[in-house]
Structure formats: C-alpha cells, structure tokens
Design a protein around this ligand. Structure first.
Ligand SMILES: C[S@@+](CC[C@H](N)C(=O)[O-])C[C@H]1O[C@@H](n2cnc3c(N)ncnc32)[C@H](O)[C@@H]1O
Length: 196
C-alpha cells in the first residue's frame, strides 16, 4: 500500500470510528488532510529537520510530518494512551516511515519537563486544557527561527485562548491563525529579540 493509500484509509477509519463512539479516549480526532498539507509545507519551507508532536493518536498527523522531513529528519511524537500508541506503531511500520519516527510513551508534561533540546517545529494537538501547564516548556522547545503550530485554534478557540494569549505576551513570535482545517495557530519564533 502506498503512503497516499494508507493516509486515505486512515481518513476513512477516523471518520467511521469517531462517528461511532462518544467515548473521547476512543475517538481518533485526526487533523484534516489540508492541515497535513499545511504542516508538510511549513516543514519544507522552513527546512525543518527535527519535529516534536504532542498528541499522536493513531499517528495520522505524524505520517504527514515524517514524510515531509528530509531523510535524516526525525519526528518525536508523544502519546499517553496505550491503545493509541500501539495503533500508531502499526501505522508507522506500514508506512515505511518508522525510521524517522520516535514514539514517547507517556504524558506530555513529563516529556516536556525533562526536555533539554529544541525542535525546528513543534505541533501541539493534545488536551487543550493542559497547554498552560507546559506553556513555558513548549515555548523553550522551539528553536529561534522555528515554528509552533496548534490545531483547533478556531474549532475550540475558547479553550486554546489562554495559551495563545500567553505565547503572544512573550513578544517572541510572529503569529497568524489560518482558516485551514480546524484552525491552525502558527507562530514563528524570532531569531533575535524584537527582530526576525
Ligand atoms: C486530537 S488527538 C491527536 C490527533 C493526531 N495529532 C492526529 O491528527 O492524527 C489528541 C491526542 O493527544 C493525546 N493526549 C492528550 N493529552 C495528552 C498528554 N497530556 N500527554 C500525552 N498525550 C496526550 C490523547 O490521548 C489523544 O490521542
């Protein structure tokens, strides 16, 4: 199966699964295809090589991120629910992109709390009410000139508003909210204070 066939199959599974359950931990809650395309564009335009994703689910978005990276690029993806970690692992194997993907099994707060490296792009797509608890670590995790992208900026604007306000008040980012998918907040970290 080609990567595009796998992505199309995962889109079908995601829609079918999420329509059939009201149990949030069992929903897949994947990004939309146009969000995947936007993430790929941002990675290529910014020549990103190291990506952090918070919120793997079954790995649909991770595949978009990994596929856009150069051969020596890597995405670390963080997920706390065991059944989703296993689904993602199987999808990464099926995609042929597993060598570019590192799965962190556990809570994002633990991963970010112990972090001593930075990433060219950080994609936040987890429990939005958790974001404020690790906001400083997320901001620190973006390399100068790098990108922070948050999903659901329009679909759940109220929930994400405190985090976005916190990022904005740092004065460290140039930002925009794009009407792609569920709304994508894109923030580019200045390379120097008060400059580009
Ligand atoms: C919206 S889904 C991610 C969808 C995925 N990015 C995609 O588009 O295919 C959010 C995921 O984040 C996970 N999650 C939420 N809060 C988390 C946390 N604090 N640490 C680790 N995983 C978390 C949930 O279990 C869920 O699988």
């Amino acid at each position: 199966m080609s990567l595009d066939q796998l992505l199309t199959e995962l889109e079908r599974q995601g829609e079918e699964n999420d329509a059939a359950t009201t149990d949030r931990p069992h929903k897949l809650l994947n990004i939309t295809r146009d969000t995947g395309e936007l993430l790929a564009l941002l990675i290529k335009a910014n020549k990103a090589r190291n990506v952090l994703e918070v919120g793997t689910s079954n790995g649909y978005s991770t595949l978009w991120l990994a596929n856009a990276l150069p051969d020596d690029g890597k995405v670390v993806t963080v997920e706390k629910l065991p059944h989703k970690i296993e689904m993602a692992r199987a999808n990464f194997e099926a995609s042929g992109l597993a060598a570019k993907i590192e799965q962190f099994v556990g809570d994002a707060a633990d991963y970010l709390g112990a972090l001593n490296r930075r990433f060219d792009l950080v994609f936040l797509d987890a429990e939005r009410t958790d974001y404020m608890s690790f906001a400083d670590a997320v901001i620190d995790a973006v390399v100068p000139g790098g990108l922070l992208v948050c999903d659901n900026a329009l679909s759940h604007a109220d929930e994400i508003a405190p985090f976005i306000a916190y990022v904005e008040q740092t004065g460290e980012f140039t930002t925009a909210t794009l009407t792609v998918g569920k709304g994508e907040y894109v923030a580019c970290k200045h390379k120097r204070a008060h400059s580009d």
